[in-house]
Design a binder for this molecule. Sequence first.
Ligand code: DC
Length: 214
Amino acid sequence: MNYIIAIDGVAGSGKSTVSKLLSKKYNLFFISSGKYYRAITYLYNKNNFHEINEDFINLVNETNIKLDNDSIYLNGEDISNQITDEMISNNISLIANNEIIRNIVNQKIREFSKEKDIIMDGRDIGTVVFPNANLKIYITASSWERTKRRKKELLELNKKVNIFSIWNSIVKRDYKDKHRKIAPLIKSKDAIKISSTKMSIEEVVNEISKHIKR
Ligand code: DC
């Protein structure tokens, strides 16, 4: 096994941004496991499935899902812009709650560790995907802080902002992530917890850097 850093935590806690910065700083390959669940949800919606059945599982198995830096490809098609929150929010819980799909995703993302040193973000990386990771981090931030960050992002994209609906969707996602039967979001006992509410991205990167021994 190569060097592996697992970054788990609640949605909107800055996991991906921090992981990307660390990947550059330490020359690690960055994998966002959430992108796989998003890509599979896109596949489900695009092919008008209404339940996860054998046909869908076969389709997932036959589909080539490829990650390349910030982009994700389905059978060669770049779908990076089609997997934003608004576009896939309808069925993502259905996909992420399915044990067969989780096993397929885990198998695909574990492959990376055979060839590369990696930093991977998600919900179950330190608990399920890589229980023997070299370093495990669990990032949190208050729901109100995450609401403010999301509001800022949306305003920067000139999108409409409804602060209550942002907060509501963050709280709902937390609940779903933490309470699902399979691979719920929990802090692994040996993970280092970082509460980022009052920290800048740079401070979080510096804090994690203290624990990276390469
Ligand atoms: O991190 P993200 O927001 O891109 O994740 C998208 C969805 O996938 C989210 O609903 C949680 C789910 N997910 C998961 O169940 N397990 C992971 N390891 C990563 C993401």
